[in-house]
Each structure stands twice: as C-alpha cells, then as structure tokens.
Design a binder for this molecule. Structure first.
Ligand code: SF4
Ligand code: SF4
Length: 495
C-alpha cells in the first residue's frame, strides 16, 4: 500500500494560513519528516544523547550500598534513589524531594528555556538519535525519491528495527520498577510463568512503538504539559531559540539578483545559481522550517511547539556560512536582548528559586539523616472504650501501628515499664514480639489491663507503652486508658 498521500515530501511545506503545523486542511495528520541539519549544536546534542542513553541503560545495573541506584518498587511501595530508600510513610522527605525537583525545573526553564525538551527529554533523545536515524538510514533523506515510498521490504525492515528498539527500551524501563535480577529471571523463563509481567512488558513495548513510530512530535504538542506551562515559567530574559527579525527582514528570494555570492542553499539550486543582495539576511530558503521536528517556523516568534532543539540554528548557520554572512540569524538569545535590552541573569526568580531549592535540599538531608529505623503509634480500637475483666481489672483494646523503615526484616517488642508492671498493669496479647518484613507496616491488636483503683474520678488513667526493635529503634508512647470513675471510699465505707 502506498501511503505517500498522507506523508509530506520532507519539506514541511505549509500554507501561510495554516493554524497547526501538524494538521492538513482536511483535518488529517500532516506528517513531519524533518531534514537533518548537521552543525555544532547537533553534534553536541548527539553526544549528550548518547551519554544519556548509556546512563539510562546502565543505571539499573549499578548498586549503591547494596541497593540498585534507582528502583521504583511499586508493588512493595518502596522507592530507592542512590542508596536512600523511601517508604509510603516518608511523606515529608518525598514531598521535599518532589518540590525540589519541580523548582529545579522552574529554575532551569527560567534561565535556559526548554533546554530539557531539546537536549535531555527521553522523547527527544530516542526520537532524534535512535528512531529517526534508523528511519533516515532505511528511507533515505527526507524529500529523496526513496523516502516517498513507504511500503515494501524496506518498510518492514524499518518497523522490525523499531520493534527491537522498543522491546529493549521497554525491558530497560521495566528494570527500574522490578530490578535487573527479577527482569533476567523473567526473560529466562516462559511468559506463562509470569503472565502479568509479560503483559506489562508487551504493553510497554507497544506503547513505545506507538509513540516513536506513529505519535512522535504529537507527544510534545498535545500530551506533554510542560510545553503548555512554559509561558508561566519563562520571562523575557530566559534563553530561547530566536530569529533576529531586525537582521533578517525584509526576507525573500526575489532579491536573489544582484550579488557576488554564489547561492547553493536553495533546494535544487545549481552551482552557478543566482546571487543575492538584500537588506535582510533571511533569504527565505525555509531550511530552518524543513529541519524543525515540530514543523514550525521560528521566524514567527516563540511558539508553544518549539522544543528548543536548535536544529533551526544549525540549518541557518549553514546557510549563513554559504552566504559568507555572520552566523546567528537564528540563535540562542532572549526576548529582552532581541528587543535591545541588557542581558539580566540575576532576576528575582533566578535568585529566589535557588534559595528555596537550597532550603529544600538542606531540609531533605536533615530529614533523611535523622530518620529513625522504625515508627510506632498506639491508638484505641473501635467499639466499647473499656470493659471489666473477671479479675476486676479494667481492660482497653488498643491497636498498634508499627512500621519497619529499613531494608531488612526487624522484630518489634512491646513492653510496659517496670513501674507500670509493679502497679499492676499488664499487656494481654498473643505475642508481644512481632516480626515485620522490610519496609512494611503492620497493625497489631492487644489489650491493656490495669487495676480499677488506678483510674481517676473522671475515669482516666495515663500509661506508657514502650516499643523497641532489633535495629535500635525505641520509643515510649503515652496512652490514656478509659475506665470506670474511681471514687474514694466514704467514712462509712472505711473499716
Ligand atoms: S534558514 Fe535562515 S535564511 Fe533560511 S529561511 Fe530560515 S532564517 Fe531565513
Ligand atoms: S523552532 Fe527550532 S528550536 Fe524550535 S523546535 Fe523547531 S527546530 Fe527546534
């Protein structure tokens, strides 16, 4: 089946009145098939991408303090980051960590714009430096005759390679959630032995295929919230990819008539192509447009679709080099600089964000370093507040909530103080020694019993329950027992 009708020619040619770069007039998808524009930024991004791909693949294998560098064990509700394990009860450190990450994103965006999107986001990294190169290798350069036919053995080969990449990525992704040992065990055994894991892996592979083979830039344009939030994170001093309108305009090919510079940058131009002379440096060659992975024209100003990948900079620099003009008609700059204002790195948000981030990181370090190995709470159980035992003692049913916050099993022991025991208080429970697996929380029921004479005239008695564990955790928890109001014997009752 020839699907060329739905695909563009690799030129990203769009009518001037087009609203969305990725939509045809009839509402169908306008396929973006960007040209590769070699240059200094592409080279730097390529090495950055290779490093990130390597890190992503290696990280699950690295152990720190005997734990995986990153393990997001959802089943056990345990998250390990570089030797530190967080449990569901660690709401404060988790909140601090998430807040610090968010504010760091805000800070980076305020300073460097969408540098994350263009240089480090997995969507861009894998799309532009793994899937797209495979596609160009098999289909040929965008606009070439080979790229116009999207059927036959070459297309099958391309999708097989995409599938292999997706499968590898899905497995690596899964390693972050189950660990490499478990993953290898699953890989080495039949899918029937672990159907759920197999379905998750197959679904993740399918999702990767859908994303990188079909959805592509749509993920950035319609699925990712970051692009939509950028307007509140950027200010006019933030670094963005910009077109120097003052230098570039008026643009146009019609001025390619009077010059001493041979022009070989326009598509299909001959070596002795006409030369140019214009007051604006932009020759409207659209090289910056045809290389854009989201199909936009940077000359229209900052747009939500711009992921800051700098491909248009490399494309335009190449054109400027051929014209013997200075580079930088499209460049990293800021709106303020483009409007002739001074560059301001120090601004309220670039000062405030680092201060808050430093405070959050310090608080996080303090909370982590002062974390205890366990946690305990004693709570009254539902139902009757107290009852009287045949011995005459007053009994309260309580619930102990015990948390083992370590990576090893631990034994928790519940006791009353010596004073409590000598005053006749006692614990009634099947066991006062409880084994708790690593990172788990257990609710344990028991009965506190005390002589009725200990209760005040308001029917209360304050006692203390001591809980220790085999890993050094120790705490004394106050508990107010309820019972019958105690009355002092009257004179007549006194023997
Ligand atoms: S690549 Fe440069 S010269 Fe060509 S259209 Fe874009 S801005 Fe103008
Ligand atoms: S406009 Fe330039 S920087 Fe923005 S996405 Fe397109 S090519 Fe990348």
């Amino acid at each position: 089946m020839d699907t060329t009708a739905k695909h563009n020619t690799g030129r990203n040619e769009l009518p001037a009145d087009r609203v969305l770069a990725t939509l045809n007039e009839d509402g169908s998808r306008h396929w973006i098939n960007p040209r590769c524009s070699p240059g200094r930024f592409l080279a730097a991004r390529r090495w950055t991408a290779y490093a990130l791909i390597a890190i992503f693949g290696v990280l699950p294998w690295i152990q720190i303090n005997g734990k995986p560098a990153i393990l997001l064990d959802i089943a056990a509700r345990r998250f390990t980051f570089f030797g530190v394990t967080f449990f569901p009860t660690d709401t404060l450190p988790l909140a601090l960590l998430i807040l610090a990450i968010f504010l760091t994103v805000f800070l980076v965006t305020a300073i460097a714009g969408r540098v994350w999107c263009g240089w480090a986001c997995p969507q861009t990294v894998y799309m532009e430096f793994l899937y797209r190169p495979i596609e160009r290798l098999i289909d040929g350069a965008p606009g070439s005759r080979r790229s116009q036919t999207r059927s036959g053995p070459r297309t099958v080969l391309k999708y097989i390679l995409f599938l292999l990449c997706s499968c590898y990525l899905a497995h690596t992704f899964l390693a972050y959630f189950v660990g490499v040992d478990q993953l290898w065990h699953w890989i080495g055994s039949s899918p029937a032995a672990h159907p759920t894991a197999f379905i998750v892996m197959a679904a993740t592979t399918a999702l990767m295929m859908f994303d990188f083979a079909f959805f592509r830039e749509q993920t950035c344009l319609v699925a990712c919230p970051y692009g939509r939030l950028q307007s509140v994170m950027l200010d006019k001093h933030s670094m963005i990819v910009t077109y120097d309108r003052a230098r570039g305009e008026p643009r146009g090919k019609k001025q390619l008539q009077h010059s001493d510079v041979a022009l070989r940058v326009l598509p299909g131009a001959a070596a002795d192509a006409p030369a140019r002379s214009t007051s604006g440096d932009c020759i409207d060659c659209r090289m910056c447009v045809t290389t854009c992975p989201t199909g936009i024209d940077i000359r229209d100003g900052l747009q939500m679709e711009c992921i800051g990948c700098a491909q248009c900079i490399d494309a335009c620099d190449t054109v400027m080099d051929k014209l013997h003009r200075p580079r930088g008609l499209v460049r990293y700059s800021s709106r303020a600089v483009m409007e002739g204002q001074a560059k301001h790195l120090i601004r309220p948000r670039t000062v405030l964000y680092p201060i808050i981030i430093a405070g959050l990181v310090a608080a996080l370090a303090f909370v982590i370093s002062s974390r205890s190995t366990g946690e305990a709470a004693v709570l009254p159980r539902q139902g009757a507040p107290f009852y009287t035992l045949p011995t005459g003692e007053v009994a309260n049913q309580v619930r102990l909530r015990l948390v083992n916050r370590t990576d090893e099993p631990s034994t928790f022991t519940i006791t009353l103080s010596d004073d409590a025991a000598s005053s006749g208080q006692r614990l009634i429970a099947d066991t006062t020694s409880i084994d708790i697996p690593a990172g788990q929380t257990i609710n344990h029921g028991l009965i506190l019993a005390a002589p009725a004479s200990l209760f005040s005239s308001r029917g209360r008695f304050d006692t203390t329950v001591t809980i220790t564990d085999s890993r050094g955790f120790s705490t004394s928890l106050p508990f107010r027992m309820l019972g019958p109001a105690h009355r002092e014997p009257t004179k007549e009752q006194t023997p």
